[in-house]
Design a protein around this ligand. Structure first.
Ligand code: BGP
Length: 481
């Protein structure tokens, strides 16, 4: 078999999100974000967003992994693994506590000054997500989040502050995390779009109305494009990217009905958002989709030109699992990070029912590159699993190593296929709070954080076996897996 070499400048690293990792949710002037209103969630009491901070709003952001106070130690651990890049998000409410202030919060800006200085010290390039599943809660109350057009300029103003402040520290920017989550997923409609339908009891209800969701998404598209245009005009050194939750779907059978249903799902789930962000216009199939679903959105004059001009420079995505699509009844179902599908008999699943499919990543990378012909980065991937700390303090997470190894092998195949894959940042490189369950025990990291689902624990960091394995992978540029 041919030896496949990774490009010399391949960006190896890891990824986190502020609201699941930082903690310090009230410190130094930070305002509450929608993520602060999330309860921890459990099988009996699904995670929900509340209107007031409740005692069970432990996660994600109240303490999380306490990166706010431990960033030096954490970035040093990343440096020890040899990271070239660290994907993190900026917490909007550290910079603008309600999203509406005239002046940014200096203390919040200073925190990221320190983080980026520390990255520089360790030779790590930051890759910044501007909004990762959070926005100021005040904007939810006042505007119903992204449903209102007013939020576009507030976001743009936030971007301008970040660009100017960090222009010498950050080159790679992603506007919205998993922008396709808001229309695909009930929780996504709340945490990604900040839209709610109303308040019932303690919890906020997600909007079931698709027009509300697609209108909010349109505003995010315009906001993203405006940020990209502004960056291109003022900071030519920046590279601006999108971020899609890529959900590979296969037809469950070779029945042409299944093939067509799968094609429609691939468009709705995956291609719709990136077609707008990479090609600069709504795709041709949007018209019929909107008609059939009764979706009517308002666009303002000028939006078409903004979308056209504000296309991104590179494509990034997350990849965790795949599912099948069928029009036949009776197929066994499987879970997934944004809705499930029919169970694939050829695949194994994680404890949370997410089907593990490394070859699905090679397939996805080829499909993406064929469609857009722009550099691609896998900015989230990994296995959520429970880890056991042995009596001697070691953690043998061979299951995680196997998962990542298989995915890197398939990334190499994709490179060999000719895909311009430029980087890889596995998710939750240091343990953090799970977005879907609010649990700490669903872990992804190379580094263990001593914290339990009930909030107890020392927060001490422990290197897992995967830490040393990944360190070797980076050192040998993916040769020794
Ligand atoms: C993605 C999100 C992340 C992350 C990840 C893993 O969809 O961008 O924020 O958490 O999924 O999901 P979970 O935490 O639910 O296991």
């Amino acid at each position: 078999m041919a030896v496949i070499r990774m490009p010399e400048n391949f960006l190896w690293g890891g990824a986190v999100a502020a609201n699941q990792f930082e903690g310090g949710w009230k410190e130094d002037g930070k305002g509450p974000s929608i993520a602060d209103m999330c309860t921890s969630g459990s099988p009996e009491h699904p995670k929900l967003i509340t209107r007031t901070i409740r005692s069970d709003c432990l996660y994600p952001s109240h303490e999380a992994s306490d990166f706010y106070h431990r960033y030096e130690e954490d970035i040093a651990l990343m440096g020890e693994m040899g990271f070239k890049v660290f994907r993190l998000s900026i917490n909007w409410t550290r910079i603008f506590p309600t999203g509406m202030e005239k002046e940014p919060n200096e203390k919040g800006l200073e925190f990221y000054d320190r983080v980026f200085a520390c990255c520089r010290q360790h030779g790590i390039e930051p890759l910044v997500t501007i909004s990762h599943y959070e926005m100021p809660y005040a904007l939810v109350e006042k505007y119903n989040g992204w449903h209102s057009r007013e939020v576009i300029d507030l976001f743009l103003n936030y971007c301008k502050v970040l660009f100017e402040r960090y222009k010498d520290d950050v080159k790679y920017w992603l506007t919205f995390n998993e922008i396709n989550a808001g229309t695909n997923h009930v929780l996504g409609a709340m945490i990604s779009l900040g839209t709610v339908q109303g308040y019932e009891g303690a919890g906020i209800q997600a909007p079931s109305d698709l027009t509300v969701r697609y209108q909010a998404l349109h505003h995010q598209f315009v906001a993203s494009a405006k940020a990209v245009i502004y960056a291109h005009e003022n900071y030519p050194q920046f590279r601006m990217g999108n971020m899609i939750c890529f959900l590979t779907r296969y037809p469950f059978t070779c029945d042409p009905e299944d093939v067509l249903a799968c094609q429609a799902e691939m468009r709705r789930l995956n291609w719709f958002c990136s077609d707008v962000m990479c090609r600069g216009e709504y795709p041709f199939y949007a018209k019929r989709f909107f008609e059939e679903k009764g979706i009517v959105i308002k666009q303002e004059q000028g939006d078409t030109e903004i979308l056209k001009k504000g296309t991104v420079d590179f494509y990034t995505h997350s990849f965790y699992q795949t599912n099948c699509i069928t029009t036949h009844s009776g197929a066994e179902t499987s879970a997934g990070n944004m809705g499930g599908g029919a169970k694939n008999p050829y695949l194994e699943s994680s404890e949370w029912g997410w089907q593990i499919d490394a070859k699905g990543l090679r397939y996805a990378l080829n499909e993406i590159y064929e469609r857009y012909h722009m550099p691609v980065m896998v900015v989230e991937n990994g296995l959520g699993a429970r880890d056991t700390v042995e009596l001697d303090g070691s953690i043998h997470d061979l299951y995680r190593i196997n998962y990542l190894r298989r995915h890197i092998e398939e990334m190499k195949e994709a490179l060999h296929d000719g895909v311009d894959l430029i980087g890889y940042t596995p998710w939750g490189c240091i343990d953090l709070v799970s977005a879907s369950t609010g649990e700490m025990s669903k872990r992804y990291g190379f580094v263990y954080v001593d914290k339990n689902d009930d909030g107890t624990g020392t927060l001490n960091r422990i290197r897992k076996d995967s830490f040393y394995w990944y360190q070797k992978v980076i050192r040998t540029n993916g040769e020794d897996l």
